[in-house]
Write a new protein. Structure first.
Length: 573
């Protein structure tokens, strides 16, 4: 844990060099133009407290008090814009300062004739704190593995003391250079004789900068700027991932996520106790119930683990745009058809990765597309996912007739072993099964390919692709403007992209190595160089490139001839 804390602190320190924080620096510099020496401390504490608090708690707050988290961002943007107005309009600034002075005087018990210097310092600190709290709400830092782990565990309401400590250490690292920057700015404005005569005009300029920045944040253009800066300075991303990607840090991050050595099929749930059963498969503990299911599909009623006692149950966590899941579905559906009359029940728990995957009509279209006949519960709130302490798409949990988890497998592959284990548990339940194994093509990649790439701001690995033109960059996706484009270098045989079109008339032109992709290299969802949208389920995964088994390095370019097309993630095969 000490190594992880050290690297979290160092990662926080170097954040001042990250392009993601650069759009905030003019605001911080603007805020230090007034308010005295205490204001930098107020700004710094506000940023780190606000960012840490909302990163760790927002999912819990939304659960307790249902509200749209964007409301907080909206009010923070209004506050930043208003503070900019106070710098532009001195009269407004005097009114606000007088109001703050009267309120602070009541709360701090300032008596008449008390030291006015102390009063000014307190006002400067409080003003800086308010500015910092607002900035902490709207700041989206460049996430390396450490911060990505914090965000993921917080989003799934899996916060513990270790995560809190790592977050505190990280924001402490962020705060030190941030405080230094703010202090230097404050000293520059307060002590420079050259600047002093023009301080009023400089404050107005900075006020305009704050207002423009608030508008950029409100329209999400700040994220577009961040993306462009990161594309211009890819060396920071490479440095961050080299810094946080060492073996010791990875092991401790895996421990925080609850990840074990899956080659040994260790239980994911820390409450599961290892027991030695009569057969060759270990007893990994009682299988949790299905909880928080939004809707059951392919069945006219809900199921419980209790009523499935006496059956062998295979639970498959999946989501319909996950290419790894899609490649496993032929095996899962074949096992269901082969063993459904011999005591096997398959339950495909659909836990969505993206917001649009929560729509029942989209899941139903995928069920039809992939020929799924077994029950599919929609786990839209991740409650069953968390009950199993799951972390992967796809993930398989094989449960015996007594309701005990006996085998787990995460990711693709090991299909023959999984089916043999199904047979073992069916035999334990008293059913005689044939020893033959389903023979299908195993499409699990055998070479190291370009990893999955997310195109939204929240989980983007910077420097991996380039956006051209105007883009609306949101947490989950990036939405095109007419004439915008994307460039990506990849190493793979197949390229897939999760797309949500605005209309069925959306047009995306596909280029490979500088030329419109031809029929020998386009994927099944491309024709004559254009993406063919799926009429039954347009919000889905599209196969753009298929090199027919020739895994190699190439340049992909996508040109968007219509606005509003949302792209979520690339996956490769």
């Amino acid at each position: 844990m000490s190594i992880l804390l050290l690297f979290a602190f160092i990662s926080g320190l170097v954040t001042i060099l990250a392009p993601c924080i650069w759009p905030l620096l003019p605001i911080i510099l603007s805020a230090t133009a007034t308010g005295g020496r205490a204001k930098p401390l107020g700004i710094t504490l506000g940023v780190v407290i606000s960012f840490a608090f909302f990163t760790l708690s927002i999912s819990y707050l939304v659960k307790i008090i249902p509200f749209d988290p964007d409301i907080l961002r909206f009010f923070a943007v209004l506050l930043i814009g208003f503070l900019g107005l106070t710098l532009v309009n001195p009269l407004l600034a005097q009114i606000v300062e007088g109001w703050i002075s009267r309120i602070s005087g009541k709360f701090s018990g300032l008596a008449k004739g008390q030291d006015q210097t102390m009063s000014i310092r307190r006002q400067g600190f409080r003003g800086g704190l308010v500015t910092g709290l607002a900035l902490g709400v709207v700041w989206s830092p460049c996430a390396g593995p450490i911060l990505a782990t914090i965000a993921t565990l917080a989003a799934t309401q899996s916060v513990n003391l270790s995560i809190i400590f790592v977050t505190i250490v990280y924001v402490t690292g962020v705060g030190i250079p941030l405080f230094g920057f703010a202090t230097l700015g404050s000293k520059f404005f307060s002590q420079s004789r050259v600047i002093s005569p023009y301080l009023g005009q400089i404050q107005k300029i900075f006020g305009v900068i704050m207002i423009l920045t608030a508008i950029a944040i409100f329209t999400n253009y700040d994220k577009v700027i961040q993306v462009k800066l990161l594309d211009a300075v890819p060396s920071y991303s490479n440095f961050l991932f080299k810094l946080e990607g060492n073996k010791d840090v990875k092991e401790q991050l895996d421990f925080l996520r609850g990840k074990k050595d899956i080659s040994k099929d260790a239980p994911m749930n820390k409450n599961i106790i290892m027991v030695t059963p009569p057969s060759s498969l270990p007893n990994l503990g009682q299988a949790p119930e299905f909880v928080g299911i939004y809707r059951w599909l392919n069945i006219d009623r809900s199921l419980t683990m209790r009523e499935l006692r006496g059956k062998v149950v295979l639970i498959d966590f999946w989501t319909y745009t996950c290419i790894n899941c899609i490649r496993t579905l032929p095996f899962v559906t074949s096992w269901y058809e082969k063993y459904k009359n011999k005591g096997l029940v398959v339950v495909g728990v659909h836990t969505p990765e993206f917001e649009f995957e929560k729509k029942t009509e989209n899941v139903l279209a995928a069920i039809k597309q992939y020929g799924i006949r077994y029950p599919v519960p929609q786990d839209n709130d991740y409650k069953t996912w968390r009950a199993y302490d799951n972390h992967y798409w796809p993930a398989k949990y094989l449960i015996d007739k007594d309701g005990n988890v006996r085998y787990t497998h995460f990711g693709e592959g090991e299909y023959e072993q999984t089916e043999k284990n199904i047979q073992i548990l069916l035999k334990e339940a008293g059913t005689q099964v044939k020893e033959s194994i389903v023979k299908l093509e195993d499409q699990t990649p055998k070479t190291r390919l370009t990893p999955e790439l997310y195109l939204g701001a929240a989980r983007r690995i910077q420097g991996t692709f380039n956006l051209e033109g105007d883009w609306d960059v949101q947490d989950e996706y990036s939405a095109s403007a007419q004439g915008s484009a994307l460039n990506l270098n990849f190493y793979a045989n197949k390229v897939h992209l999760v797309i949500t079109p605005k209309t069925m008339d959306d047009e995306i032109k596909v280029y490979l190595d500088g030329k419109i992709v031809d029929e020998f290299n386009w994927g099944k969802d491309v024709k004559d160089g254009f993406v063919i949208l799926n009429e039954d389920n347009p919000q889905t995964l599209y196969n753009l490139i298929d090199l027919r088994g020739k895994t190699s390095d190439h340049l992909l370019r996508l040109e968007f001839e219509t606005e509003g097309t949302k792209i979520y993630a690339f996956t490769f095969g």
